[in-house]
Design a protein around this ligand. Structure first.
Ligand SMILES: Cc1ncc(COP(=O)(O)O)c(C=O)c1O
Length: 375
């Protein structure tokens, strides 16, 4: 099968390590029948693991009823999901909020960039060194890593600053939006400091820019909270994807206050955005994750302590952790041979982002293996 893949699939990802067949809970089986504990969850996507009965039922029921309508019409799941997301972000807090549903994280960020362009026409869009916002041309323009961005150029006006508070102080009135991730996942699970988050909020207010918080990797319960930033700051715009759909392709832009009114008919669109099957799945995910937030916080704290006890430095929050190791890519291969799926962000970080249903009992063998491989 891999030989066929190489013949028929464009080589954007290198050679896949395995052909996956089926999953259940936090475990996935490849086509050779080997069982793996999934500590990556499709890169922070499969919040409920695999084949969650409630999610499967929601998808099947909605598909049997109505799988797609155009945006000339709407559906109950589309409206219910938007209402739920507004409620989770602004709740009773007095701010207003409105949602646009898309199909992926990059697409959610593209939409947020368009909001910035409408908010301050001709203004600059500033993102952070080490940040990742997606691979489409707009989102790529604010994705820092030169190796993946530079071959494709950059939308005029996009630029980067460091994650130091002083860098924010250099920004002026020509800035339309500041894009940040509360924890820079692709950089290697690097949290921004509460001081930086507060300074980003102050700077956005000072220069009249939108503060856009990309919670695509950190949101929807991954850190033990619905959103990783709300403990410290309020955002003008929040983007979501990954865990929101629990494996179904979805992205969301939640805009608050005046930013929620920037799109008018014709400003933006998407054939599949707001798809009722995907929205029904997302609602099922949110419903289940509400009961898992405590598990994320507790199991995350347990795992962090266990990794530290095994002699490794670890950072992150909840069930999004970065472990400092030597030769992370090599370790990923060794782990896979032993039945654990993890991934490397760079040479020295192992990223852990398991399904939110995972328990210490599932994780114990992984910690033991990590200790053994360290020697
Ligand atoms: C913080 C962040 N933003 C955006 C994206 C892009 O999301 P997608 O791959 O769904 O386009 C990612 C994906 O890794 C991400 O981690």
């Amino acid at each position: 099968m891999i030989e066929t893949y190489q013949k028929v699939y464009q080589n954007a990802f290198g050679t896949p390590a395995l052909v996956m067949d089926r999953g259940e809970g936090a475990y996935v089986w490849d086509t050779d029948g080997k069982k793996h504990l999934d500590l990556l969850a499709g890169i922070a996507v499969n919040a409920l693991g695999y084949a969650d009965p409630a999610m499967v039922r929601a998808i099947a029921d909605q598909a049997a009823k109505l799988a797609h309508v155009s945006n000339f019409f709407t559906t109950e799941p589309q409206i219910a999901l938007a209402a739920k997301l507004v409620d989770l972000l602004v709740g009773e807090g007095g701010r207003s909020g409105k949602v646009f549903l898309a199909n992926s994280g990059a697409e959610a960020n593209e939409g947020a960039m368009k909001l910035a362009m409408l908010h301050k026409p001709g203004g600059r869009i500033i993102a952070l060194e080490g940040g990742f916002h997606g691979r489409t041309l707009g989102a790529l323009s604010i994705t820092h890593k030169p190796a993946i961005r530079e071959p494709f150029g950059q939308i005029p006006g996009c630029g980067f600053i460091s994650t130091d508070v002083e860098a924010l102080e250099t920004l002026g009135d020509d800035v339309a939006a500041i894009f940040i991730e509360p924890i820079q996942g692709e950089r290697g699970v690097v949290p921004l400091s509460p001081e930086f988050l507060a300074a980003a909020r102050r700077t956005a207010d000072r220069v009249g820019a939108l503060l856009v918080v990309d919670e695509i990797q950190t949101g929807m319960g991954r850190t033990g909270r619905w959103f990783a930033h709300t403990e410290h700051i309020e955002a003008d715009v929040v983007t979501l994807a990954k865990g929101l759909g629990g494996g179904m392709p979805v992205g969301a832009i939640i805009a608050t206050g005046p930013a929620a009114e920037l799109f008018t008919p014709g400003s933006h669109g998407s054939t599949f955005g707001g798809n009722p099957v995907v929205a029904a799945a997302s609602l099922a995910v949110i419903d289940r994750v509400a009961g898992l937030l405590e598990n994320v916080a507790e199991t995350g704290a347990w795992l962090r302590q266990a990794i530290e006890n095994a002699g490794f430095a670890v950072r992150g929050a909840g069930l999004l952790l970065g472990i400092t190791v030597q030769d992370a890519p090599g370790l990923v291969g060794q782990m896979r041979e032993r039945g654990f799926i993890v991934n490397a962000t760079g040479e020295d970080t192992l990223r852990i982002a398991p399904p939110l249903i995972i328990t210490p009992t599932d994780l114990e063998p992984f910690v033991e293996t990590l200790r053994d491989l360290r020697g």
